[in-house]
Design a protein around this ligand. Structure first.
Ligand code: FMN
Length: 330
């Protein structure tokens, strides 16, 4: 088995058919196939200049209309990492890694730029711009991840940065219009606790040709993957009792399961924003005003007029139903 076949086998957790003999494999492809999240780090500092290189790589990603609606906060202060880790379900690797990057959807810079010129900037209030900023931040971050891995560093994204977004915003002093999309731990992997390549769905589940085939046609691939992952969870001694389908279904069971790990006993309860999300019956009137725009308090709290209800699809949150859900906004 050649190197490419070996990496593909690890990626899918099973031997694949023979590859096209002529395919021009290269080291970049092999590196991409070898990605794994790292959750155990050595304390070793990163070589000087690493952050600059990672940011240059991130800035080399494509960005919608060259608007560059993202920023990143680099955190190395142990006390701040500790506080951020507490805000992110107490994940130890945030404290442990020498560098923690918080990737931001950033509409503040553009707003400021337009305001400075005395030009209108109402387009920023639409969900489309927020999606654009999140996409931009994700593309930039992934470029940084690929660059880091090419340097022998390990990484793990931290979506739990969104567990308590208001407190994260306060900790990082984010201005209105800036939202922490996710964090990213970086450091040298601890060889004593190596990470395994986590298999993915068979490509035939995700790859649709020309048009999207009926969902039922994906079932055999998913069943095959369930078997692969059942074995993987056992082999890695992960706390997953069943298979990928059940595990994933639990994750989407309801608003309460969106936040990932529950706060440990004695830890603060979710914030107003989170409480609103996991409490659909809460009415808009019961939500303190900064959450009224619920669609991302941090983005909008200081810039958005209070919701008054009324016409659908206005940039303001639709309060008419009294239900508070992200999807009701915009
Ligand atoms: C946006 C995003 C957020 C994530 N958040 C977390 C997190 O909070 N904690 C964690 O341990 N892993 C997190 N991960 C890592 C995923 O669990 C991981 O990528 C996935 O299980 C696949 O494993 P692999 O990266 O090792 O291939 C996140 C990944 C992404 C892309």
């Amino acid at each position: 088995m050649n190197e490419a076949e070996k990496r593909l086998q690890e990626r899918y957790g099973k031997k694949l058919g023979a590859l096209a003999a002529e395919f021009p494999w290269n080291s970049q492809l092999l590196d991409l196939l070898s990605h794994r999240s790292v959750r155990a780090y050595l304390p070793d500092p990163l070589p000087e200049g690493t952050l600059d290189v990672l940011i240059a790589a991130a800035q080399s990603a494509a960005t919608s209309s060259n608007l560059q609606t993202w920023s990143v906060v680099a955190v190395t202060d142990p006390a701040r990492k500790e506080r951020l880790s507490v805000l992110a379900a107490n994940q130890a690797h945030i404290r442990q890694c020498p560098l923690f990057l918080v990737w931001l959807a950033d509409l503040a810079r553009l707003r400021h730029t337009a305001q400075r010129l005395g030009l209108p900037e109402a387009g920023l209030d639409y969900l489309e711009m927020f999606v654009m900023a999140v996409v931009d931040a994700a593309l930039a971050a992934q470029n940084a991840v690929v660059a880091a891995e090419s340097l022998g560093l390990g990484t793990v994204y931290i979506g739990a940065m969104r567990n308590r977004p208001e407190e994260v915003a306060a900790e990082l002093q984010l201005p209105p219009g800036v939202f922490a999309v996710f964090g990213l731990c970086l450091g040298y992997p601890d060889p004593a606790r190596p990470a395994a390549t986590k298999p993915r769905l068979p490509a035939r589940a995700v790859l649709q040709r020309e048009t999207y085939a009926p969902l039922e046609s994906q079932e055999p691939a998913i069943e095959e993957y369930d078997q692969t992952m059942r074995a993987f969870y056992q082999q890695q001694q992960m706390a997953v009792a069943d298979d990928w389908s059940h595990h994933s279904a639990r994750r989407i069971a309801g608003p309460a399961s969106l936040i990932g790990p529950r706060p440990a006993a004695g830890r603060p309860r979710p914030t107003r924003l989170r409480a609103a999300l996991i409490n659909p019956p809460l009415t808009a009137q019961e939500i303190p005003e900064p959450d009224a725009g619920l669609f991302l308090f941090v983005l909008n709290s200081k810039t958005r007029p209070p919701c008054s209800g009324g016409e659908p699809r206005t940039p303001a949150c639709d309060r008419r139903t009294g239900e508070v859900e992200l999807k009701l906004c915009y």
